[in-house]
Structures are given as structure tokens and as C-alpha cells.
Ligand binder design. Structure first.
Ligand SMILES: CC(C)[C@H](C(=O)O)[C@@H](O)C(=O)O
Ligand code: SF4
Length: 467
């Protein structure tokens, strides 16, 4: 049996099962646990009530990100609920001996940005967090997924959770991506093809030419969005690109330990002949820069196309009409030329250095459109420092943009960065639900290139004309 071909997912999963329960979930060991201020306080309260502690505090890492302000982070947080959650994260971490990167800490930032950039996220690991976009870490060949607050408590107290094994899907994208087509477009394209429930019940492996050539930042963007097509998570086999990204990071293995780990990481790939419950293949040449026109991430289209007719899309006509009505759009409208009021570049989807490089590549030598309010928010302090070091800040400043401080920001508008009702935001984040970026806000999800093109022209614009 041990010689039968295995998928990457099986290899990592099977090596973490502590106990199999007949006809029930597996008891599953967790290597790394990330926590943030929103979904951890109740879990700690649970520990307290039960009078138990944290089993392996060195395996848990805390960062403040969801409701942190993006200006004046040195001042006390005004919102009482946010201030209280941030305080609880700090006191709980201190009490149980958990590393905590609070506001102002040089390692602070969005949880799914700081894990990888500090070398905490590693191939072959199991990684959880009380946050759906934990799927991001799958870019390293880890099994990473979001959990609920009661599971956060379970992991804190036992380093295990109970999980039924998901089904396996492989998504291949072969060929070469066209000009201006980024990892974000690849992900939005796949979600548009599969719908927001197309991968429900599955854990996805991304394979093929496009992912093999992709940078780690790009792979993180793709894995991040896995959850938006219903998948439990997504992963990509680690390779030299992965190893080069990890090597030298602060908490990554060093010396002999590095060599041992590396030898293991090199075995983490799907064997020839291993089987998947479902396999889908796309052609890279079919993918354009994408933009969403509706109120879920599956309502996306090539930027040069027209909004589909209700009769051409799956799902109810009434829901579709409601969604377009909320957006103030009509069937068959062109997206190019639509008014843009706000631009948000940031989030755990597109808040990494490569995203700001892409944004700056279009902004360089141009000016921000006067009527556009742009929020440029690095995913972490490390990204912020890189933006400054690489001269990107100068490009942004000359073009009339202001750099904010790191955090989730307008991705979910838990802080003051709220898009006003009725306004249109081109956003590099991952969710365009009704009110996601503020009550009544209208979100168009897109890549950093599309965001930059919108920011300098003030309307939805095909970024390929600038490249
Ligand atoms: C607040 C948190 C629970 C939530 C999530 O799980 O995804 C948030 O990060 C989001 O993106 O909506
Ligand atoms: S940036 Fe957005 S999607 Fe990512 S963790 Fe924060 S709120 Fe969630």
C-alpha cells in the first residue's frame, strides 16, 4: 500500500493524522496556529472557564490586523470594541507565552502576510487560523485552512482538531499568461468558471505551467482565493521558487535543520498516477485581466467583455437582477469606462511587495485622477519598509498617492476605512459582498494593475494599454 501513488495533499494529511475515528473525522495535528484579535478572545475565555492552558504556545503566533487603524497607529485606538479586542490579544498572548506582534511591532501586519514573510509558514505543515483566508499558506505546499472559534480553543488546548478528510480536486492551468494577466486574474477566472460553490467539499491542488512559473507572492494570491470558490483550501507543490523564498527568513530552519527539512520538502509533490476526485484544466491564453461586476467573487469577467445576461449565467434570475441592481449595473453593460470613486490596494490577497511593484509600474510618471480616493495599504510593516526601500513610495507620492499603515483596512472595513454608500471601489481584496467595504459600498474586485489603471484614469480601464 505504501508504494501506491499519493497526492501532495494525501502525503501531508496522512502524516498529521493522530487518530482515525471510524466513520468520523480524523484527529489531526496542527503545526502552526495563527491568531488575530477578532476570532481569538472567546477561545481564550473558553480556556479560562475550563481552567486549562495552552499546550504548545511556541506553535501559536498572534498579530493584530482586522480592526487596526491605517493612520496614526501610535495613538490609542478610538473605537472601544476594537481597542478591547486588541488589548485582549495582547494580554492573552502574554499570559500564555504566545509571540504577539501588536500595533507598531516591526513584524506586525495581516496574519496571512506575516506568517510567510517571517518563515513561519513552511512546506508540509498543517496550518490553521480562525480566519477563512488561511488557505493563503497553501502556496507553500502546506495544508492550511480556516477554523471556527471553538476550534481555535481546541487547537490552543490540544494542538489538534477533528477534521473529516475533504475530497481532492486538481486544477491545471497550462500555457503562458498574456500581457497584464496576473495571478489575481487567474484566480478570478477560475472562480468565474467554477462559481462560488464549484469546489465545495474539496481541497484543491493547483498544477501546470502557470503555477510552476509563478512567484510565491502570486501563488499566495491564488491560494488565498481558493476559499471563494467554496474549497476548504488550495495548495501548490513546493519547488525551488518556494525554497528560495523561505531560505534566510527569520524563523525559517537554519544550518543542518534546513538541510533535513529541505530533503523532506523535496518529496512533497503529487506522484504520477495519483488520483483526484475531480480534475479540471484551463488554458492560460484564454485568461484576460479580470474584473467583477456583481456581489460575489464568482461574478467576474474579462475586462474587455460585457456583463453577461441573466439567462447566460447559472443561478436564479431574480438573485442576479438584485445583484446588478445593488451595483447599479445592467446586463450587457461594458465595464470599461465605468466610474470609479475609490481604489484600494492591499489585503492578504494583494498586499505584498510584488503587488505594489505592479501598481507602481502603471502609476509611475502619471497622476492619480482627482476625483479618486486611493487607499494604498501594505500588508505588513516589512512590506511597508520594502515599498520605501525600493523607491516605490517616491513614485506613489509623486503621483499623488499617500501610503497608509498596514492592516486589513478597507478589505472588510472593520476600522475607519469604509467606502461610502453607493460609491464604487476598485479593490484588490477578495470579497465583493453587499456592504463588505462599508454599508452600501460597491466593490469591483481586480488585480493591482487594474486598480492602478483605474486610479490614474478615474474609470475602469484595461491596464494593457499602459504596458
Ligand atoms: C474576521 C474573519 C473571521 C474573516 C474571515 O474569516 O475571513 C475576515 O478575515 C474576512 O476576510 O472576512
Ligand atoms: S485582509 Fe481581508 S480577507 Fe484578509 S484576513 Fe484581513 S479581512 Fe480577511
Amino acid at each position: 500500500m505504501s508504494n501506491s501513488p499519493k497526492t501532495l495533499f494525501d502525503k501531508v494529511w496522512d502524516s498529521h493524522v493522530i487518530r482515525k475515528i471510524e466513520d468520523g473525522p480524523d484527529v489531526f495535528f496542527i503545526d502552526r496556529h495563527f491568531i488575530h484579535e477578532v476570532t481569538s478572545p472567546v477561545a481564550f475565555l473558553g480556556l479560562e472557564t475550563r481552567g486549562i492552558g495552552v499546550m504548545f504556545p511556541e506553535r501559536t503566533f498572534a498579530t493584530a490586523d482586522h480592526n487596526t487603524p491605517t493612520i496614526n497607529q501610535h495613538l490609542p485606538v478610538e473605537d472601544a470594541l476594537s481597542a478591547n479586542q486588541l488589548k485582549q490579544l495582547a494580554t492573552n498572548s502574554a499570559k500564555y507565552g504566545i509571540s504577539h506582534w501588536g500595533l507598531g511591532d516591526p513584524k506586525n501586519g495581516i496574519v496571512h502576510v506575516v506568517g510567510p514573510e517571517n518563515g513561519i509558514t513552511l512546506p508540509g505543515f498543517t496550518i490553521v487560523c480562525g480566519d477563512s483566508h488561511t488557505s493563503t499558506h497553501g502556496a507553500f505546499g502546506a495544508i492550511a485552512f480556516g477554523i471556527g472559534t471553538s476550534e481555535v480553543e481546541m487547537v490552543l488546548s490540544s494542538q489538534c482538531i477533528m477534521q473529516p478528510k475533504p475530497k481532492k480536486m486538481r486544477i491545471n492551468v497550462n500555457g503562458v499568461l498574456g500581457k497584464g494577466v496576473t495571478p489575481k486574474d487567474v484566480a478570478l477566472y477560475i472562480i468565474a468558471k467554477l462559481s462560488t460553490s464549484g469546489a465545495t467539499g474539496y481541497f484543491v491542488e493547483y498544477a501546470g505551467d502557470v503555477f510552476e512559473q509563478m512567484t510565491m507572492e502570486g501563488r499566495m494570491t491564488v491560494c488565498n482565493l481558493s476559499i471563494e470558490m467554496g474549497a476548504r483550501g488550495g495548495m501548490i507543490a513546493p519547488d525551488q521558487i518556494t525554497f528560495d523564498y523561505i531560505e534566510g527568513r527569520e524563523l525559517a530552519p537554519k544550518g543542518a535543520d534546513w538541510d533535513t527539512q529541505l530533503a523532506y520538502w523535496k518529496t512533497l509533490k503529487t506522484d504520477a498516477g495519483a488520483s483526484f476526485d475531480e480534475e479540471i484544466t484551463f488554458n492560460a491564453a484564454d485568461i484576460e485581466p479580470m474584473i467583477t461586476y456583481g456581489t460575489n467573487p464568482g461574478m467576474g469577467m474579462g475586462i474587455s467583455k460585457h456583463i453577461p445576461k441573466a439567462t447566460d449565467v447559472e443561478g436564479g434570475v431574480a438573485t442576479y437582477a438584485k445583484s446588478l441592481d445593488y451595483m447599479g449595473f445592467s446586463e450587457d453593460d461594458a465595464m470599461i469606462g465605468k466610474q470609479v470613486d475609490y481604489v484600494f490596494i492591499g489585503s492578504c490577497t494583494n498586499g505584498r511587495i510584488e503587488d505594489f511593484r505592479a501598481f507602481a509600474s502603471i502609476v509611475k510618471g502619471r497622476k492619480k485622477a482627482d476625483h479618486v480616493t486611493a487607499w494604498v495599504v501594505p500588508g505588513s510593516h516589512i512590506v511597508e519598509a520594502q515599498i520605501k526601500e525600493e523607491g516605490i513610495l517616491d513614485i506613489l507620492t509623486e503621483a499623488g498617492f499617500v501610503l497608509r499603515q498596514p492592516g486589513c483596512s478597507a478589505c472588510l472595513a472593520m476600522n475607519d476605512d469604509k467606502i461610502p454608500a453607493g460609491k464604487y471601489a476598485v479593490s484588490t481584496s477578495n470579497r465583493n459582498f453587499e456592504g463588505r467595504q462599508g454599508p452600501g459600498s460597491r466593490t469591483l474586485l481586480a488585480s493591482p494593475l487594474v486598480a492602478a489603471a483605474a486610479a490614474v484614469t478615474g474609470v475602469v480601464t484595461d491596464p494593457r494599454q499602459f504596458l
